[in-house]
Design a protein around this ligand. Structure first.
Ligand code: SAM
Length: 244
């Protein structure tokens, strides 16, 4: 088969466009969708350190308004903390501390929140925001710099915690499954694991991290969670309330 020059040019253009599309989609998946989390911790950490200064701009979106915050976050948090004193809470991949700060400000919350993240940039902003709180609110928050692949560094006591939070981060954690097992063990009976997941039409972009509803529900049930409710939230996330 022979091609004319025009046909060859058209084929060449189609090949170039296809390669450009594949490359763009790969970069989009690597950088925006998975934040390089399939290629070691260093690049993800670098990205969060780099962009920590603009991270809180996203809170201007409707998904973060007071009404949504009350319905999807404060309501289950209040239920998990109701009539309890000296609560023990863990906020994993806490970032700049959005939910820990919100919780610490609540008069009905009486306890300690242990917050973990590996990005200095995110934690520095968290520390600045924490410093703006009243002293009695500040004393409810303890911040640790730690890679969650190494978490916990001490032996976790079984059935010791009242609440674990893991928002907007589970899909970036290579050890998400293993982490969920540890969370299941360390939570008390009737305690809450409050997390987020990508909606199912995006969950396939995170292979081996059990982010779709069926896989995540099965994983949570295996770890002793009996009531699992999933609510739509933003374009990128759903909120999962898993009660032990
Ligand atoms: C999108 S932010 C979410 C922050 C916070 N949970 C929130 O809801 O605003 C994701 C956070 O996960 C942290 N992170 C990602 N991989 C981590 C790892 N392996 N160990 C510790 N933190 C990690 C990042 O540093 C970042 O602060």
């Amino acid at each position: 088969m022979t091609f004319t020059l025009t046909q060859l040019i058209i084929i060449l253009i189609i090949v170039c466009i296809t390669i450009a599309i594949i490359l763009s989609l790969s970069v989009f998946w690597l950088l925006y969708v998975t934040e390089f989390s399939y290629f070691g911790r260093q690049i993800t950490k670098f990205l969060y350190n780099l962009f920590s200064g603009v991270y809180q701009f996203k809170w201007k979106q409707k998904a973060y308004d007071a009404e949504t915050e009350e319905k999807l976050f404060l309501k289950p948090l209040r239920k998990a903390c109701e009539n309890k004193q000296n609560l023990k809470v863990i906020d994993l991949a806490c970032g700049t501390g959005r939910l820990s700060i919100l919780l610490a400000k609540q008069t009905w919350f009486n306890g300690i929140i242990q917050c973990y993240d590996f990005s200095d940039g995110m934690l520095n902003i968290f520390k600045t925001e924490k410093a703006k709180l009243k002293p009695e609110e500040q004393s409810k928050i303890i911040i640790y710099k730690m890679n969650l692949l190494d978490w916990p560094n001490d032996q976790l006591i079984d059935q010791d915690y009242d609440l674990v939070i893991l928002t907007e981060a589970g899909e970036f954690l290579p050890n998400f499954i293993n982490l969920t097992e540890k969370i299941g063990k360390c939570l008390k009976s009737k305690a809450l694991f409050l997390l987020t997941k990508p909606p199912d039409h995006l969950a396939y972009l995170y292979p081996n991290r059990k982010q779709n509803t069926l896989d995540l529900t099965a994983l949570l049930k295996e770890q002793g969670f009996s009531e699992i409710n999933i609510f739509p939230w933003s374009n990128r996330y759903e909120v999962v309330q898993a009660w032990k």
